[in-house]
Design a protein around this ligand. Structure first.
Ligand code: 4AZ
Length: 615
């Protein structure tokens, strides 16, 4: 290469790297995680998103709750089909179980103040202006275009019997014939996007000059579709323009265009779990990212410029278009506003707040820790309240993790069901030569080893120990222990996240260790490079430090690799399992990937003990 060309090339290189690339600059292939798409995630994939409060998460899928599983508190509702329900949750659970019920009109209650939706002035039945009619009145109304977005349009199309939602929200329709349109008023509608009927959305009536026009929609019909090489294929079979994937907007209708992202375009933010959420969802009081970062550090962000106004409008449930007009931009729309229906979104949030909460992963004392595990530091009482020691006869043979109730998680290679009688679980222990006063000693009722544990390959190296209750007690009381949370999704933590290991295993130069030690390690991705043919990505997790200075070792087995989420809640992400030697950077420690065993664990210990969300 000639020198002049080289310098030009270097200059170009410098420019492109000095500017941080925004997601919209990224080519499609870099924005969408193709491997993830194979999993066919949708809004019902609870590894990626939270379920609705009338659903629960079973084996990675949100399934409908039975109505009796809804909280009983609430006000009765009358659905559009004339059926009445004790609460909104009951209605949604019933509709979730029987989606067709929505379209039958066989109930007897009067849906006061509710709307019937239809399309008018379209060339076909799939399109038109959105016309709403109050159930008990003849007056027809239209929806203002500036309150109309993908969320509302999807709900309207589903409501009209197009399960794949909307194709287009632009559409132009000839208002013809002699029908009279009240041109001084239109309806504003605001949906969250999870509704199945427009009647669940919030409606306000506004006087308007209609300068922005009326809302129209083209609903999606499969047979009218032509996929091209430039379209993104949604899990529900719909095709959308590729540039609409990973923009925070649910264009697919099943959210499948937003769940496998490496970056987001437009006004959207990326959750650590690879999900794009609209920027309006940040700091709105409801957690949307399963990893919680959309609602963290909100106080700090509030101080930032531009945040305040935008968010205050949102709190008051004012549609975005109106918020703009209030500032004197967009259209003039300041005359009287009449709230017609408040929408069911607050009710949805209220039901969510009534769901049972788990208490795990939060230490009771918060004293600062001073710093065996190879290269680790000694722990203080209360630093690792989920850490237990497993004693077989006279020796402490392994570590374990308290996960609540009477249950300890450990490695399968640490225990044998037939030896349950000879095990003891020591809780709140620091130094086993000089036991501290907080120490608790429990005997063991039974040991459950994973059915598919393979002692040769260390696959499924996971076991549960059920402790005996003390006589006369109904629960296992461990006053100085706190359970670690069990991760319900494999997307809660990622490679390079910093986590903590702890145990009484061998130290540097194979030294014996008597007091609990801990150290920080990073989760390591692509670990097959270190252990070709021996590493099983789905079931195992590598962790370590670049120089190998911190590592688990003999005796740490069965003990915890814990990670803290953004809200400082601790999860047991791994169980010390195996590794080639100790403290060698080319051979990181290998841990059982606990998230992969969430269903196995909850099957044995009971869902309510480990299910923090989606219960
Ligand atoms: C063991 O023998 C063992 N460096 C545990 C962890 C590691 C190696 C060996 C990881 O129990």
């Amino acid at each position: 290469m000639k020198l002049a060309h080289l310098s030009l090339f270097l200059l170009a290189l410098h420019l492109s790297s000095s500017r941080s690339p925004s997601a919209s600059d990224l080519p499609q292939e870099e924005l969408v995680d193709q491997k993830c798409l194979l999993q066919k995630y949708t809004h019902r994939s609870c590894n990626k998103v939270f379920c609705q409060p009338w659903q629960r998460c079973i084996e990675g899928t949100c399934i409908c709750k039975l109505p009796y599983q809804c909280p009983r508190a609430g006000t009765p509702v009358c659905a559009m089909n004339g059926r009445s329900y004790p609460t909104y949750c009951h209605q949604k659970s019933f509709e979730c179980l029987h989606p067709e019920i929505k379209f039958s009109h066989n109930g007897t209650c009067a849906a006061e103040g509710k709307f019937n939706v239809s399309l008018i002035y379209g060339r076909t039945k799939t399109e038109g202006l959105v016309q709403v009619k109050l159930v008990d009145q003849d007056e027809r109304m239209f929806i203002c275009k500036n309150s109309w977005s993908m969320a509302e349009a999807n709900v309207a199309c589903v409501d009209l019997g197009f399960p794949l939602g909307v194709r287009d929200i632009q559409g132009s329709f000839n208002i013809s014939g002699n029908l009279h349109i009240n041109d001084t008023e239109c309806l504003h509608v605001h949906c969250r996007g999870v509704e199945t009927s427009l009647a669940e959305c919030a409606f306000t009536k506004r006087r308007t000059e209609l300068s922005n026009g009326l809302a129209g929609v083209v609903c999606y019909k499969q047979d009218a579709d032509f996929p091209t090489s430039l379209s993104f294929q949604c899990v529900n079979g719909k095709h959308i323009p590729q540039e609409k994937a990973c923009n925070g907007v649910n264009d697919c209708g099943d959210q499948s265009d937003e769940l496998c992202c490496k970056g987001c375009r437009g006004n959207a933010s990326l959750c650590k779990s690879g999900v794009c959420i609209p920027d309006q969802y940040k700091c709105n009081g409801e957690v949307d990212c399963i990893t919680g970062e959309d609602e963290s550090r909100c106080e700090e962000r509030k101080k930032g410029k531009g945040y305040k106004k935008e968010n205050e409008d949102r709190q008051q449930n004012i549609p975005k278009g109106l918020a703009r007009s209030a500032q004197g931009e967009a259209e003039i729309e300041t005359e009287e506003t009449e709230m017609l229906t408040p929408g069911m979104d607050n009710e949805r949030k209220r039901i969510k707040s009534l769901l049972p909460k788990l208490s795990c992963g939060v230490k009771r004392n918060t004293h600062t820790r001073r710093k065996r595990v190879i290269g680790g530091k000694p722990a203080n009482v209360g630093d690792y309240p989920w850490q237990v020691a497993i004693k077989d006869g006279q020796r402490i043979t392994c570590g374990g993790i308290y996960i609540g109730g009477c249950w300890i998680l450990t490695a399968a290679h640490c225990v044998r069901p037939s030896r349950a009688h000879s095990y003891q679980v020591w809780t709140a222990l620091l130094d086993w030569l000089k036991p501290n006063s907080q120490l608790g000693i429990q005997t063991v009722k039974r040991v459950i080893v994973h059915e598919k544990y393979n002692g040769a390959t260390f696959q499924n190296d996971i076991a549960l120990i059920e402790m005996k209750m003390h006589t006369g007690k109904k629960e296992c009381e461990l006053p100085n222990s706190v359970p670690a949370c069990v991760p319900w999704s494999p997307y809660l933590f990622q490679p390079n996240d910093r986590c903590i290991i702890s145990g009484w295993g061998r130290g540097k130069d194979n030294q014996k260790v008597y007091s609990l030690r801990w150290g920080e390690v990073d989760l390591i991705g692509n670990c097959s490079q270190f252990y070709p043919d021996r590493y099983y990505e789905k079931e195992m997790q590598c962790a370590g430090t670049r120089d190998g200075s911190i590592d688990a070792c003999k005796g740490d087995s069965g003990g915890p690799l814990v990670c803290e989420d953004i809200n400082n809640v601790t999860y047991v992400w791994g169980i010390v399992s195996w590794g080639e030697n100790c403290g060698k950077p080319e051979f990181p420690g290998v841990y059982t990937r606990v998230a992969n065993y969430f269903d196995w664990i909850s099957y044995h210990v009971g869902r309510s003990l480990v299910s923090q969300h989606n219960v």
